[in-house]
Design a protein around this ligand. Structure first.
Ligand SMILES: [Zn+2]
Length: 490
């Protein structure tokens, strides 16, 4: 179930804010020490331990506070590891290792035994009967490879830092008390917060957030306290139920992330046609400002205007993505959404903005889709977009020359004329049942060419089509028989 965070206004005085900041400083220091200890445990035992004995860790926090802190640290570390597990899978699936080795490595990864070598064999089970089909012994060198891979993912993704974390406090140290009925003058909530001084809690007055109150779901007994410049931010959490009145109207839609319109759906609908116009506009202003700052010897991050523009740009991207995806889901109510793994390259935008779209933009898209998954139960499938723009969605013929311009697609074999992005989105839809996601571009191309030629109809093409295929470098080495036939004919 999705857990949502909601900011709440408060009326905490300066003195109390000082006290909270002292706690926060100590909390962060303690978190760093706990994390160090947890990593030691991890490399020895293979997993973190939420209940590890931390009495020996020096801190001004009470033991209860330390426990709360440890829970938070461990949950952050666990989510870091689970992401690295996913990276591991990608690396292994993309490798040239043989199938048995792949299976052994994936088993080690699944059970997180990279470091403790606890597992001695990998058991391949039948998906349906759950019976063991094959047992493979796990050797020392398997562990060596597994460690090498997982360490490689560690290198690419820094360990989580606890220097600037906010506090996620449970009831042990922060109790939420709701206003008693009938006491009109009181605040809506009081948080009883333990401090660094034993037996001297402080009480934090908090206003209610109507939006939060009206949201169906269960309020969690957690308070999140963030630092915000001179102030403090109070956040409550709610566990939202799944929406039950979402009834799928469409089996599947597929979405292409394009350069003309942000999203193109396989039905032919284009969403976000103004998106790039707006981005280009912002991009120019920001690039100009950067150049002028550079002339003056000012670092961009020292400029308030630069920061403000960047913030606005991000906000725009985020709002547009969310708005358009909401529109799409409302319109089609799909059971399944197939979307490409974005690799953004728009030559009309600065490299900086391209990078921003690749990272930040894709993150927002993923978040929104995950939200659909959690709330409506929509299945989300990411596919490899390699060659989707050059393949004909009608006959499957793949050729660079099929793409006439940025917008126009015309198949050289079957003659189908179609908007290029609509064509791409249809190809994306077809890939949802194909394991191409883990393949390299080269492999994808090979698969597409073979698939095209495996259709006898395409193989025995008329002479005009043969000429086209013969002059297509993608098919070199795959259509020798064709070459002969074509020579024999002439
Ligand atoms: Zn075609």
């Amino acid at each position: 179930m999705p857990i949502r965070a909601y900011k709440h206004k408060h009326s905490i005085n300066k003195g109390k804010i000082q006290t909270i900041k002292q706690i926060l400083t100590e909390y962060r220091k303690t978190a760093i020490k706990i994390a160090k200890k947890q990593w030691k445990i991890f490399f020895k035992e293979g997993s973190f331990n939420k209940y590890a004995d931390i009495k020996d860790i020096p801190s001004n926090l009470s033991e209860r506070y330390k426990q709360t802190c440890q829970s938070q640290v461990v949950s952050v570390l666990n989510s870091y590891i689970s992401n690295r597990q996913n990276d591991f899978v990608e690396i292994v699936k993309n490798s040239n290792l043989d199938e048995d080795t792949k299976f052994i490595l994936l088993t080690i990864n699944k059970f997180k035994t990279w470091f403790n070598e606890k597992l001695k064999e990998a058991k391949l089970k039948d998906k349906e009967t759950k019976k063991v089909i094959k047992t493979l012994p796990i050797e020392k060198y398997h562990y060596k490879i597994a460690r090498k891979i997982i360490k490689q993912t560690f290198k690419k993704n820094r360990f989580p830092s606890f220097k600037h974390i906010s506090m996620q406090l449970d009831q042990k140290v922060a109790k939420i008390e709701k206003k008693k009925e009938g006491k009109a003058k009181e605040f809506d909530y009081w948080i009883k917060l333990s401090t660094l001084e034993k037996g001297k809690p402080i009480y934090l007055p908090v206003y209610k957030n109507t939006y939060f109150e009206e949201k169906e779901g269960k309020q969690l007994n957690f308070v999140q306290i963030n630092e915000k410049e001179d102030d403090i931010e109070i956040v409550f959490l709610k566990d939202l139920p799944k929406e039950t009145n979402y009834i799928p109207q469409t089996e599947k839609i597929s979405i292409d992330i394009g350069l003309k319109a942000l999203f193109t759906v396989n039905t032919g609908h284009l969403f976000g046609r103004q998106f790039y116009k707006f981005l280009k506009h912002y991009d120019r202003i920001i690039t100009d400002l950067q150049a002028s700052l550079q002339k003056q010897g000012i670092k961009p991050n020292e400029s308030k205007r630069y920061q403000e523009l960047n913030r606005k740009l991000r906000e725009y991207i985020k709002n547009e993505i969310n708005r358009l995806l909401n529109k799409i889901i409302k319109l089609y109510q799909p059971k399944e959404i197939v979307i490409e793994k974005l690799n953004f390259q728009n030559s009309e935008l600065s490299p900086q903005l391209n990078r921003l779209l690749n990272r930040f933009g894709m993150k927002i898209i993923k978040q929104k889709l995950q939200d659909f998954e959690e709330r409506f139960g929509v299945e989300i499938i990411y596919v490899n977009p390699a060659y989707t723009s050059q393949t004909c969605s009608n006959c499957g013929y793949i050729d660079k020359r099929n793409r006439k311009t940025q917008e126009k697609f015309q198949c050289l074999i079957c003659g189908r004329k179609i908007n290029a992005d609509v064509n791409a989105s249809r190809n994306i839809g077809v890939r949802s049942s194909n394991p191409m996601i883990h393949k390299r571009r080269r492999t994808v191309l090979r698969m597409l060419v073979r698939a095209y030629l495996s259709d006898a109809k395409n193989y025995a093409c008329n002479s005009r089509a043969c000429e086209v295929i013969l002059s297509n470098r993608y098919f070199i080495g795959y259509y020798e028989p064709l070459r002969i036939t074509s020579k024999e004919k002439s």
